[in-house]
Structure formats: structure tokens, C-alpha cells
Ligand binder design. Structure first.
Ligand code: N01
Length: 544
């Protein structure tokens, strides 16, 4: 189905060689499309290439956090543990790149800085930092959701004479913390994973906490041969089930309310999912904590008690107990985080009591004290979901800027396309389930839908696809309505852009769940890809 006409023009440019970009390239190849991947890193793997900090692991179980598109691949890749480490996930993605011979169409070190739609030509012109321009009919932004680190500059940062390490740009060779004094800024999922590992080697660790997180133990362990064999035997069923559930894992959708059973039963049920470990089962113990604040208060109280238990020291525990609803900020998963905070060489610095004023030449300064350190670890988060594309700032019809549009509101049709930006697809874009689900399922959903949409256009001999403004408006309103019925708006978080100054305040992931979203995609495809217009040549904006 090769479509390109002009020499040097590709059918598809894929931006990013993470899990989404690799599968998109493989899919394009299978469709006979000429695709090229532009990847800014010096290796494939995306999120798992960059985030090499100690303790980096996924919070979705390895048997689920993987591709389902190839039977042999899923049978043959033997995950070692319940939760895979960053090196193992990176090795898996590298294996996929080799296994499907993807590397020959991936340009590494190609950092995309601009993308412009040429309306007359019906093509995207994409520029990289090396000044090279690449042209294609279609662009697939497989740019990831947590790939634009928050640009935090602290007062005095340039004068600090020690080492500053950003968790999302961790040196490939690692860092030796032995005997060092360290400050970790940030207590989200990343800070919570880093701290226990650093504390094992460092002389002293200051954990600088502005907002405490809820965290549950991973209870990580090795996967036995029996478990792995049993899981592999029923993989097709497991994968099918995952596409019907809320979170994209093979966990039943909860149908019991917190208030349908006795208080003892509630506590016993939470104890069971807490003891199992990880966030997925706990969040689906009952059907209402995310949509009913009273039910959320119950699980919040349960988790607060677990923090008290794990920490022992009541004063310390109270500083660690969050006051936001569970799940409204990411529920973290840890291995010995709270226990680590009770070590002699670890000190919690509560920035709500004593705000961080900045860096000194020898450490960090709060309103109460100077803490001298050799290393400052920034685990300060990301400009999530829209950040990566806001950075590139594609220009669509009439030279309109995507950043400009999303600065007003992160509108999107299904998280897949943005009106006014023809032929640009956004894998796991805003207002799709993305980070609120198993990302591999969300990625496969999108790549497969894009493939069907491209085939639909090709059958008509069309080379332009665009979301209509009406479809975008309806979906954007629907996503906002779903979010308004949840606890997500009740906390400042990266989910709703509150961690980035000036970012529009909208809940960015679609909260209707993977299963409901898949049903929508299927229904829209069956209805002639309702809301998407195709055309044979670049034309005026789609009709109303
Ligand atoms: O980022 P975060 P993250 N001064 O935004 C603090 C995924 N992930 O990298 O909230 C002081 O959650 C900030 O404080 P506050 C996962 O989806 C998954 O940890 O702004 N502090 C917060 O404590 C996760 O949710 C895994 O008050 C500042 C922290 O930095 C997402 O990635 C592992 C500050 C940022 O927390 C992002 O997690 C890791 C400032 N100026 C990540 N600026 C797993 O799978 C920010 N902070 C397990």
C-alpha cells in the first residue's frame, strides 16, 4: 500500500522509538507503507531508555505490561519478576526492535524540533535539530506521555558545585552514591522508587517532600516457572480480558460498592488487595472510590493506617499522610519506601512546613536550615501527556499552532487527532485512557485504530484524514464530563496540568476506562469512522 509519490517523501514519519513507535513502525511495514522513525535518543525504548534511575520499575505487572500482537513473542519472552525493572523492559524493547528488524528504519539522535503541514502538498515537513527536513504524508506522534521532564530551575541552581541528577535524564553508567550526602527533591512515583536504593549506599539522604503521596507495597518477587507457564498458556484469554476492563489488565471490573458490605468486609477486602501488592487490584477492590468521595475517604483512611503501621513514629507518619483523594494523584507503588524513611541516615524535610528557598553552592536551603549535600536528585516530574507535542509545536492548517490551541484547552478527538491538524495522529494523546491504564494496551488500541483508519482512507484513494471540529468538541466535552464525575479534579496533579505553571487545567487522561473506550473505537469504526473526514487531496477545512 505504498503511497508516496515524490522522491524523498515517506508515507509515514513516526516520532519516537518507544513502545508506541516500535509497534507503529511494525504495523506500517505490515501495511506496505514506507515509514521512518525519528528518535532523539541514541537507542530505542523511549521512557525506558531515559528513566534509568536506581529502582526504576513498572507499576503494571510484567505479564500484562507487554505487547500482545505477536503470539511467539509473548510466549518466548520470559519475564523474571512480577514487576519488571527498567533494564529488563529496555532489553525487551530492544529485543522487539531486533526481532522484527525495525532498526533499519529508525534514525537515532534525530530530535524533532518542528513539524509543519504543507496544505498545498498534503504533507508534513518535519525538522530535526541537525537541520534535516523529512517529509511524509502522515505523521504519527509516538512521543510518549511522560517524556518531557518538567523544566525546574531552582534559585541558586547554577552556583551549586555538586552534582545535579534528573531522574528522567539519568546517566547511562549510573551514579555511585557510596558515602555521599544526597538530597532527593520530589516524592511522586519516581522519588519513592529512588530513595530506598540511594539510602542503601549514601551517607545521608534528605527527602524533600512538598506533597506526600499514597503508596502501596509492590510485594515484588520472582515469577516461578509454573506461574509463567500457566500465564502463557492462557495469554490470549488474558489479553482479550484486559481490553474489556477499566485499567487494561486482566482484573475483574468491580461491581460492589464500598457501602454494599459491612465495614469489616471492606477492611478485609482492602487488606487482601493491599497484601497482594501494587495499585491495580487495590483500586478495583470496590467500584466507587474514584467516583464517590465518601468511598474514597474509606480507602484513604485504610491507607493512612498502613502508613502509620509501616512508619511506627506517629509524628513522621502524620507528615506522610496525604490529604488528597486516593487515585486523584497517581497511587504510587514502592519497595520499602516508608521503612527507608525510618533509617538513621534518612531525614524527611517537609517543604510545607519549611519551604525550599533554593540551592546554595554546597546544598539546599529551606526556610529553616541549610543542608549540605554532594548530589541533588531531581525527581520533579513531567509536563505530562501534552508536553512532548507542545515542545515540538506542530503547525497545521493556516499555520495554526498546536501549542497555542492546547494552551487554551487540550482538545482532541479520542486522543487520536486534533481538528485543524490533518494527517497527524497522536498515540495515547490527551483525552484517551493512556496513563490511566496499562500503556501497552492503550498503545496497541491506538496503533491498530490508526492502521484501520489509514486503510479506510486508502480504500477510497484518499490521502487526507482529519478530525472534524464537531467530533472533537463532542469528545472533549464528554471526556470533561466523565472527569467531573470523579475525584480527579479534587487534587492538583500532573493529570490535570497543575504541576506546570500556565498549563490549561483539564484532566488529561480519559477516565472512561479501556473497555468502554475500546467499545467506542469499534463503534466509530463500524460507523464509517464517524468524526473523521477523508479527502483525496488537500482541501479547505472539513465541512461543519
Ligand atoms: O513525578 P510526579 P514522578 N519543589 O509529578 C515534586 C510515572 N512513573 O516522576 O506535587 C519541590 O508524580 C512534586 O511535588 P508537588 C507515574 O505515572 C511510574 O514521580 O508539586 N518539589 C512531586 O512530589 C508517575 O505518576 C513509575 O508538590 C517539587 C514530585 O516532585 C509519573 O510517572 C515510576 C517541585 C513530582 O512527582 C510521574 O512521576 C516513576 C519543586 N519546585 C514514574 N517540583 C512506576 O511505574 C516538583 N516537585 C512505578
Amino acid at each position: 500500500m505504498t503511497e508516496n509519490t515524490a522522491p524523498g517523501r515517506h508515507d509515514v514519519i513516526i516520532i519516537g522509538a518507544g513502545a508506541a513507535g516500535l509497534y507503529m513502525l511494525h504495523t506500517c511495514r505490515r501495511m506496505g507503507l514506507d515509514a521512518v522513525v525519528l528518535e532523539r535518543g541514541d537507542g530505542v525504548g523511549g521512557t525506558w531508555y531515559w528513566n534509568r534511575y536506581p529502582g526504576a520499575r513498572c507499576d503494571v505487572e510484567s505479564l500484562d505490561y507487554s505487547y500482545s500482537f505477536d503470539e511467539d513473542l509473548q510466549r518466548e519472552w520470559r519475564w523474571a519478576e512480577k514487576y519488571a525493572t527498567q533494564p529488563e523492559i529496555l532489553a525487551y524493547l530492544e529485543h522487539v526492535a531486533d526481532r522484527f528488524d525495525l532498526r533499519r528504519d529508525i534514525r537515532l539522535g534525530a530530535d524533532v524540533v518542528a513539524a509543519d503541514f504543507d496544505e498545498a502538498d498534503g504533507a508534513w515537513r518535519v525538522r530535526t535539530t541537525d537541520g534535516r527536513e523529512t517529509t511524509a504524508t502522515w505523521v504519527v506522534a509516538a512521543t510518549g506521555v511522560l517524556s518531557a521532564p518538567k523544566r525546574t530551575r531552582f534559585p541558586g541552581q547554577d552556583d551549586f558545585t555538586g552534582t545535579v541528577l534528573n531522574s528522567a535524564r539519568w546517566p547511562a553508567g549510573g551514579h555511585d552514591f557510596t558515602g555521599k550526602r544526597v538530597a532527593v527533591i520530589g516524592t511522586g512515583s519516581t522519588g519513592i522508587q529512588i530513595t530506598p536504593l540511594v539510602a542503601q549506599d549514601a551517607a545521608k539522604v534528605f527527602v524533600l517532600q512538598r506533597t506526600p503521596s499514597f503508596s502501596v507495597p509492590a510485594h515484588n518477587r520472582t515469577l516461578t516457572d509454573e506461574e509463567f507457564t500457566a500465564a502463557v498458556a492462557r495469554y490470549p484469554e488474558r489479553r482479550r480480558a484486559a481490553r474489556t476492563t477499566l485499567l487494561g489488565v486482566d482484573t475483574r471490573n468491580p461491581d460492589v460498592s464500598t457501602f454494599d458490605v459491612s465495614e469489616e468486609e471492606v477492611q478485609a477486602a482492602y487488606r487482601k488487595t493491599f497484601d497482594y501488592g501494587g495499585p491495580m487490584k487495590l483500586l478495583t477492590t470496590f467500584n466507587d472510590p474514584i467516583v464517590d468521595k465518601r468511598a474514597n475517604d474509606v480507602v484513604a483512611a485504610f491507607l493512612a493506617d498502613r502508613i502509620r503501621e509501616r512508619v511506627g513514629d506517629p509524628g513522621l507518619a502524620e507528615r506522610l499522610i496525604p490529604d488528597h483523594p486516593v487515585g486523584a494523584r497517581r497511587l504510587c507503588v514502592d519497595t520499602d519506601y516508608y521503612e527507608t524513611l525510618t533509617r538513621d541516615n534518612v531525614e524527611l524535610v517537609d517543604l510545607r512546613e519549611t519551604p525550599l528557598l533554593g540551592f546554595t553552592p554546597t546544598g539546599v536551603r529551606t526556610s529553616a536550615a541549610d543542608h549540605d549535600v554532594d548530589v541533588i536528585v531531581l525527581a520533579t516530574g513531567f509536563d505530562a501527556i501534552t508536553g512532548p507535542l507542545r515542545g515540538i509545536d506542530p503547525h497545521g492548517r493556516g499555520g495554526a499552532s498546536l501549542r497555542g490551541k492546547w494552551d487554551a484547552y487540550p482538545a482532541s478527538y479520542l486522543g487520536l487527532m486534533v481538528a485543524g491538524f490533518p494527517n497527524l495522529f497522536t498515540v495515547t494523546g490527551p483525552l484517551s485512557p493512556s496513563v490511566n491504564s496499562n500503556m501497552f494496551v492503550a498503545i496497541e488500541q491506538h496503533v491498530e485504530f490508526i492502521a484501520k483508519l489509514l486503510a479506510h482512507a486508502a480504500e477510497r484513494g484518499h490521502t487526507v484524514i482529519e478530525a472534524t471540529p464537531e467530533a472533537e468538541e463532542r469528545w472533549t466535552a464528554h471526556a470533561a464530563e466523565v472527569a467531573a464525575g470523579t475525584v480527579f479534579p479534587l487534587a492538583d496533579s500532573w493529570y490535570n496540568g497543575a504541576n506546570i505553571a500556565g498549563k490549561a487545567g483539564a484532566v488529561l487522561p480519559y477516565l472512561g476506562g479501556i473497555g468502554g473506550y475500546q467499545a467506542r473505537l469499534d463503534e466509530i469504526a463500524a460507523d464509517g469512522f464517524r468524526g473523521f473526514e477523508t479527502a483525496g487531496r488537500p482541501a479547505a477545512a472539513p465541512s461543519a
